[in-house]
Design a protein around this ligand. Structure first.
Ligand SMILES: C[S@@+](CC[C@H](N)C(=O)[O-])C[C@H]1O[C@@H](n2cnc3c(N)ncnc32)[C@H](O)[C@@H]1O
Length: 296
């Protein structure tokens, strides 16, 4: 096995940067697309496009030909575990797609069930499932879309470790992970990776590490991408500081206050993110307590 030193560690910076719990997995998503070089990618659940546009960036950076499809209603409903959002999310995503990736990327604004009719069986190489997170919804998406994935194709499941509210991707994951060659990242909200049975498996360092059943190497791969995610966070913070510094300098020169107002909003957003994280940790502790054997 050659030493695995992924391209993401050689200075990958995500061009798309929006708030998303996918942030922990960007380096891996970028490397996976570059390593696997799928002919088609479908994402179920795109929202502001953090994961999706990272896949698109990787297609461009690795210079191969691929059709990408993002499926989402981009219409908020109280069922979707999401904070309310309005039409501006879709228009911004559409503008971003039009300006950067329209030659190979298509936004499909519709329900997943409806979109499934546009794909023939075994036509998708890489599928990412990140829609509604209850067990029933995730299982429904998996069952509808599994036949659409080519033999040997890869399916990603976000949120395999999330135990908040009525999230149930973890339960689906526990049921299916043994049915396929699989791998799970446990940092952040968790990311499951399976390779659908069949097809020819190309030998490639990342794919070998993922799908050879070698627990020690799995452990090393997990650690590597935890490190990559910390690196990404640090790079991200550096860029934010630089940006704020530049803008403050400009505002000082012109006497404006826009940045001040924006920063107030960012602090509020940060507070709400932290409270979500707090709920998640609380739920994990309660869950762990339940699993502890009772003492007399
Ligand atoms: C968690 S967000 C996706 C996050 C995104 N992948 C990222 O990187 O940040 C889930 C999205 O799935 C969409 N969604 C959930 N169920 C859906 C369905 N059945 N049909 C279409 N869109 C759906 C919601 O509108 C929402 O925008």
């Amino acid at each position: 096995m050659p030493i695995y030193f992924p391209r993401s560690l050689k200075g990958f910076l995500p061009r798309r940067k929006v708030f998303s719990t996918w942030y922990d997995h960007l380096s891996f998503g970028y490397d996976l697309v570059g390593a696997f070089q799928p002919s088609s990618i479908v994402e179920l659940g795109t929202f502001t496009g953090q994961s999706y546009f990272t896949f698109c960036q990787s297609v461009l950076d690795h210079e191969f030909s691929c059709r990408c499809y993002a499926v989402d209603t981009w219409a908020w409903t109280p069922d979707y575990h999401m904070d309310p959002y309005d039409e501006s999310v879709y228009s911004e995503v559409k503008d971003y797609n039009d300006s950067n990736y329209s030659t190979f990327s298509t936004l499909m604004r519709m329900e997943f069930e409806e979109a499934a009719e546009s794909f023939s069986d075994a036509s998708i190489d890489l599928l990412h499932i990140d829609g509604h997170h209850t067990y029933e919804a995730a299982r429904g998406d998996y069952e509808t879309w599994l036949p659409k994935v080519a033999p040997g194709g890869i399916i990603l499941f976000h949120d395999t470790c999330a135990r908040v509210k009525d999230y149930g991707v973890w339960r689906l994951w526990s049921e299916i992970r043994k049915q396929h060659p699989s791998f799970e990242f446990k940092h952040g909200f968790g990311l499951g990776v399976i390779r659908k049975q069949g097809g020819e498996r190309r030998s490639q360092p990342l794919l070998d590490l993922l799908f050879d059943d070698n627990e020690e190497r799995h452990h090393q791969l997990r650690n590597l991408y935890v490190y990559a995610s910390h690196l990404q966070t640090l790079e991200g913070r550096n860029r934010v500081y630089e940006n704020v510094q530049n803008r403050l300098a400009k505002e000082k020169a012109t006497g404006g206050s826009q940045l001040h107002d924006e920063m107030k909003k960012e602090i509020l957003d940060l507070k709400s993110t932290q409270s979500d994280e707090f709920e998640r940790i609380k739920a994990e502790i309660l869950e762990a307590r339940k699993r502890q054997p009772k003492r007399n």
